[in-house]
Design a protein around this ligand. Structure first.
Ligand SMILES: Cc1cc2nc3c(=O)[nH]c(=O)nc-3n(C[C@H](O)[C@H](O)[C@H](O)COP(=O)(O)OP(=O)(O)OC[C@H]3O[C@@H](n4cnc5c(N)ncnc54)[C@H](O)[C@@H]3O)c2cc1C
Length: 313
């Protein structure tokens, strides 16, 4: 028997960074008090913990205290490192866990938000509404669907940025917590091309990220991120002994052509092109995007989605 569609004002497909940010900003719009919002996510408990690095030159629209803030940047300038004082911008380190804690506090206090652990299988836009189907057959209708789920087929990224992030602790002072080392190509091995970033949290603890960027279609050569980081810390930093606090692994497809809104079906987050192709960063852009959508929806009834500039892509 076909399922009877349940009605909401807004369905948010995907409850990761973009979906939850949007729910957060919608909850803060007085004009939208009482709006029925449904968040559908298939990874409520499985969402991987992730360090988040971001640039900003202003206050974030979130009450978030970063784990570290850097006012100087050491960059690989050929034969020598150069330390550049940052003027307007800051480089900050936080985590998806800290960000989600901030967002969830507001989302969970909104009695009109329902969270569903389920998989979206189809979103279909009609003239003035949208229909969202789940893989278990349930159906929902809403005035708008904001979608950060990535279709499993049809997406080919020109580049793939893969990396590992290690939080390391040393027995002796090894790091300067005011200086971040950014995109450092100094390392013994050059194939495949890779670089490190070192974000110290204290003189004896740092987040060390190793990244490589490969064409999406080329088979990936053998490469040990772990060995690359150990060699880098030993040869460049003189750190041969350290204990490992945590390891994160992940890949970011870069240069994906953003999908456009179709009527009331509006892409947000990664599928909308919010991740910058040069750095793989999207956090602050996603906050700005979802804040803008929520405020235009509240003030005009019709959400405006800022398009990423061609320079950003
Ligand atoms: C490994 C990695 C590291 C990154 N590091 C940084 C960083 O340091 N700084 C920075 O600024 N940006 C970073 N980014 C980029 C960007 O900020 C993140 O990718 C961010 O999580 C994007 O938000 P999103 O909501 O679009 O996607 P996600 O946060 O991935 O959320 C999408 C959600 O949709 C759910 N979902 C998917 N398909 C379905 C479906 N069919 N039905 C239901 N739910 C579904 C997923 O489970 C997920 O919870 C990183 C990205 C990755 C992958």
């Amino acid at each position: 028997m076909p399922h009877q569609a349940q009605e909401y004002d807004v369905v948010i497909a995907g409850g990761g960074l973009a979906g939850r940010s949007l729910a957060y900003f919608l909850s803060r719009e007085p004009e939208l008090t009482g709006a029925r919002i449904l968040i559908i996510d298939d990874a409520e408990e499985r969402y991987p913990h992730r360090s988040l690095i971001y640039w900003h030159d202003n206050a974030l629209p979130l009450p978030l205290t970063p784990a570290a803030t850097f006012t100087s940047l050491a960059v690989d300038a050929g034969p020598a490192q150069q330390v550049l004082p940052l003027k307007r911008h800051r480089l900050c380190l936080t985590s998806s866990r800290a960000v989600f804690r901030c967002l969830d506090e507001v989302i969970d206090a909104n009695p009109h938000i329902t969270r569903l652990d389920a998989q979206v299988s189809r979103v279909r836009a009609h003239a003035d509404s949208v229909e969202v189907a789940l893989s278990d057959g349930r159906l929902f209708t809403a005035s708008h669907c904001f979608d950060s789920t990535v279709p499993l087929t049809g997406i080919k990224a020109p580049l793939l940025m893969s990396g590992e992030v290690r939080r390391v602790r040393t027995a002796h002072d090894a790091f300067d917590p005011s200086i971040a080392t950014f995109i450092d190509f100094r390392s013994g091995e050059h194939h495949p091309v890779h670089f490190h970033c070192v974000l110290p949290i204290s003189t004896r603890e740092a987040v060390v990220e190793v990244t490589r960027i490969m064409p999406g279609k080329v088979p990936t050569p053998e490469f040990s991120f772990e060995q690359a980081t150990s060699a880098y810390l030993r040869e460049v930093w003189g750190v041969s002994k350290f204990s490992l606090v945590s390891v994160e692994r992940g890949s970011i497809p870069l240069g994906i052509r953003p999908s456009s809104p179709r009527g009331s079906h509006v892409p947000i987050g990664c599928p909308s092109g919010a991740v910058k192709a040069t750095t793989g960063y999207g956090f602050t852009r996603i906050l700005r995007q979802t804040q803008h959508i929520a405020s235009t929806l509240a003030s005009t009834g019709s959400p405006d989605t800022p398009r990423p500039s061609p320079r950003f892509r």
